[in-house]
Design a protein. Structure first.
Length: 269
C-alpha cells in the first residue's frame, strides 16, 4: 500500500518547478501514485512524473505565457465577438500555444466546415481545450450558446473564464484530468482536438474510452498531420488508420475533413 504522505511529498516536489505549478493537482497526484507503485523514488520519480506532464501538455507551450499581461490586454479589447480588435487579440493569444497556433492558417475554414452539418451549434464541451475557446468568433454558434471548457492548466482556464465573462458568454471552466475522470456535462457537441495522441502517452486505451463516455450528441475529434518540429512522417495516414481501428464495430456516423495542418472527424453517436 502506498502511503499518502509519500504521494503528497512527490506532488510537492514535481510542482516546485514553475512549469508544473499551475497543473491541476489531481493529475499530478495520480501520476505520482503510479510512479511510486512502479518502484520509483527520489529524483527518478520526479523526473518520471514531469516527463509525462510534458508529454501531455507542456510540449505545446511555445513560450511561458504571461497571463497577467494577457488579462490586462483583454480588459482593453472590445466586447463584441465580431470586433476586429477582439479577433486580433484572440489570434495573438492562440498563437502562444502550439496546438491552436497550428490551426490559425485554417481557422476560418476549420470550424465552418467541420460544424456545418450541425450548425448553428447551441452547446459545446471543449475537452483539453487549451486556448481553443478563444476561437469562438470563428464558430457557427446559435444565439445564447453555452460553452464548457476543461483543461489541466488552471492559469489558462482562468484566462478563458475571464474571456467568457468579458464578452458576457454563458461559459464555464473546469480543471480536469481526462484519464482519471470524464466530465458528465451534456452538450450538443464535444471537442477533442489533437488531444488523443497526448493522452495516449499515459493510457493507450483512452481514445475509445473518451468517445464512449462523453455525453454529447456529436464529437469533433482531430489529429495533427505533422510533429511539433514540423515533420510529416506519414502522420495523416497513421492517425486515420488509428482512428478507424479505434472505432471499429461502432455504429456511429463519421464525417472526415482534411486540412493543411489537421485531420478531423465529426462523430455522431
Amino acid at each position: 500500500m502506498i502511503d499518502r504522505p509519500d504521494i503528497e511529498n512527490l506532488v510537492k516536489k514535481v510542482q516546485a518547478n514553475k512549469k508544473y505549478e499551475a497543473i491541476t493537482p489531481k493529475l499530478v497526484r495520480r501520476l505520482s501514485k503510479s510512479a511510486i507503485a512502479r518502484g520509483l523514488s527520489g529524483k527518478s520519480a520526479v523526473k518520471d512524473v514531469r516527463n509525462k506532464l510534458h508529454q501531455i501538455g507542456g510540449a505545446y507551450f511555445k513560450q511561458k505565457i504571461d497571463y497577467s499581461q494577457c488579462l490586462n490586454e483583454l480588459k482593453e479589447t472590445d466586447k463584441s465577438l465580431n470586433s476586429d480588435q477582439l479577433q486580433q487579440f484572440c489570434a495573438r493569444m492562440m498563437g502562444l500555444h502550439a496546438s491552436t497556433a497550428e490551426r490559425l492558417p485554417i481557422l476560418e475554414d476549420f470550424f465552418r466546415t467541420c460544424l456545418e452539418p450541425i450548425a448553428p451549434v447551441k452547446s459545446i464541451l471543449d475537452l483539453a481545450c487549451g486556448l481553443n475557446p478563444l476561437a469562438i468568433s470563428w464558430m457557427p454558434l446559435q444565439t445564447g450558446f453555452t460553452y464548457h471548457a476543461c483543461d489541466i492548466y488552471m492559469d489558462m482556464l482562468s484566462l478563458v473564464q475571464s474571456f467568457f465573462d468579458h464578452l458576457g458568454i454563458d461559459g464555464t471552466t473546469e480543471a480536469c484530468d481526462l484519464v482519471g475522470e470524464v466530465p458528465t456535462k451534456p452538450a450538443q457537441i464535444a471537442f477533442l482536438l489533437k488531444s488523443i495522441p497526448c493522452l495516449e502517452q499515459v493510457d493507450k486505451d483512452i481514445g475509445i474510452m473518451l468517445l464512449e463516455k462523453i455525453q454529447a450528441d456529436h464529437i469533433l475529434v482531430s489529429f495533427p498531420v505533422q510533429s511539433l518540429g514540423g515533420r510529416n512522417k506519414g502522420m495523416p495516414d497513421f492517425y486515420q488508420d488509428h482512428f478507424y481501428e479505434m472505432i471499429s464495430g461502432k455504429a456511429w456516423g463519421i464525417k472526415k475533413f482534411t486540412f493543411q495542418t489537421e485531420l478531423a472527424f465529426l462523430v455522431t453517436k
